[in-house]
Design a protein around this ligand. Sequence first.
Ligand code: GRF
Length: 237
Amino acid sequence: MSAEKTEQFTWKVLHESTPGRPAPERKLRLGVLISGSGTNLQAIIDASASGELPGVEIALVISNVAQAAGIQRALNHKLPVIYLPWRKFPAGASLREMTPNEAQIAGLLQLFRVDLVVLAGWMRIFSAPFLERLTNRVINIHPALLPREGVGDIYTLSSGEQIPVFRGMHAPQMALDAGISITGSSVHYVTPIVDAGPVICQQEVAIQPGDTTDTLQERLKLVEHKLIVAAIRQLSR
Ligand code: GRF
């Protein structure tokens, strides 16, 4: 897709409703973006099936990884799922324009009338121009505790103890390396600054003696599965 076409993109469907909320006559339509195992996607699917998310439907699943197990989860439930090969930009590259891949996603979100984008283990960073078109319409699950307003480098636990804020994809390992005893997970709005958007909901999780990145990550995921459903339910009301 040409840069010119990218510039012309406008969000035609979503402006009919308040950001994050559906038009009264229809359900909140989710676009779930995945890159891996898709256990959070599964949690959303299961919550929908059990009636925990009335007023919500999964409109589309997109994966940037062809072998992602989450694709099969979507197919098992007959959800529309699209594999979108993603061109990776160099780490630290400043994305001042919407990329061709983002233009493709934007088109898909529009085509499938997506109201809310859920990054459920999506391992790619979006440019500011892309996110600015979707303010308060993109949420992410992050395996660490983020400050309530998103910004800042210190998090105050319920005990009053202060811990560092861990951002990026290695947050569980960073928590272990820091030698702290409590970490957690957060669901937050996605803004152009990575892992620094306002928090929707979060929960502390104890680090246990002998925890490895894998054991901690798995325990964090159990919490995330509840948090992501709670966040979507909150935004669908
Ligand atoms: C989760 O741990 C989430 O915190 C992180 O990516 C992981 C996705 O797991 N952003 P899954 O693909 O939903 O199982």
